[in-house]
Ligand binder design. Structure first.
Ligand code: C2E
Ligand code: CA
Ligand code: CA
Ligand code: CA
Length: 279
């Protein structure tokens, strides 16, 4: 809208000021949120495809905002990453997930692992392996009950540092999963470079199955790829019985999605875990 001339200029200036104000306010609020610990974890079950038994939980962060209510990660994680807040949030998530699982283990509930998401920013900025080791020691959670989920953005960096960090995490006995598989880059060379355990098929590929034959083909190929590379495959975003049937038929190892269970707060997740014990 070049011809809008001054009008456009006058319109955009306060818009930008508003934006800067909103950004400053969000930064202030995140600062407080970290200081006052306004975050909570929700837990989403991951089940074995073959028999529906619980295979573990994924920990998903939420922000209990004093005015705006419970905020989903999509509303603050990207901002936290670019404004220097992701490390304290990530550290809290890791510690809280391990503390919670250890507490459940100690009360005699079924011992299942928990997966924690790590963003590319966190991976670059911190000694992640060292911090994980410290959190495991502090909480007493055994390493085989922790898994980290990384996106392809991290794995695409052909760096010695990424390799060393992943090897160090692996050496601790902590699992490593690739998150949102298929949405990143087209290169698959990282699959053989790094010590990975699991491949999580992005929800976007599962969404239109079984109707879309293209998506069925993609999901089939990813599961085959995982099997050949001895990686466990997890289908994300499983909502329909027909999708569960397809994935079972394709011998996908694990499934996660609203059709199985939604992410739930710690109390509900505990009840879910306790129920599993009886069956
Ligand atoms: P993700 O790691 O791919 O997590 C799965 C997301 O899909 C979750 O959204 C979950 O609620 C949602 N989901 C699960 N099953 C279904 C389904 O059947 N249908 C649909 N439509 N959605 C489903 P959530 O909790 O809003 O998290 C969004 C993203 O935020 C996560 O995607 C992850 O990338 C990021 N995130 C969450 N927690 C953390 C964290 O502690 N640290 C970091 N760095 N990122 C996090
Ligand atoms: Ca994830
Ligand atoms: Ca995912
Ligand atoms: Ca994601």
């Amino acid at each position: 809208a070049k011809d809008s001339g001054r009008g456009h200029h006058q319109f955009s200036t306060p818009g930008m000021a508003d934006h800067a104000m909103a950004s400053l306010q969000l930064q202030r609020e995140l600062h407080t949120a970290i200081a006052e610990n306004q975050f909570v974890l929700h837990y989403q079950p991951v089940v074995q495809m073959a028999d529906g038994t619980l295979a573990g939980f994924e920990a998903l962060v939420r922000w209990q905002h004093p005015r705006r209510g419970l905020l989903a990660p999509d509303e603050f994680i990207a901002f936290a990453e670019t404004h220097g807040f992701i490390s304290p949030i990530g550290r809290w998530v890791m510690r809280e997930a391990c503390r919670q699982l250890k507490a459940w283990h100690d009360t005699g509930l079924p011992q299942v692992p928990v997966a924690v998401n790590l963003s590319a920013f966190e991976f670059r900025q911190r000694d992640v392996a060292g911090e994980i080791a410290a959190v495991l020691a502090e909480t007493g959670l055994q390493p085989q009950f922790l898994e980290v989920e990384l996106t392809e953005t991290v794995l695409m960096q052909q760096s010695e540092q990424v390799l060393q960090t992943l090897q160090a995490i692996k050496a601790l006995g902590v699992g490593i999963a690739i998150d949102d598989f298929g949405t990143g880059y087209s290169s698959l060379s990282y699959l053989k470079r790094y010590p990975l355990d699991k491949l999580k098929i992005d929800r976007s590929f599962v969404l239109d199955t079984p109707d879309s034959s293209d998506d069925v083909a993609i999901v089939t190929a990813i599961i085959e790829l995982g099997r050949s590379l001895k990686l466990r495959t997890v289908a994300e975003g499983v909502e329909l019985p027909a999708q569960q049937a397809l994935l079972t038929q394709l011998r996908c190892d694990l499934a996660q999605g609203y059709g199985i269970a939604r992410p739930m707060d710690a109390l509900q997740a505990r009840a879910w875990l306790a129920q599993r014990q009886q069956s």
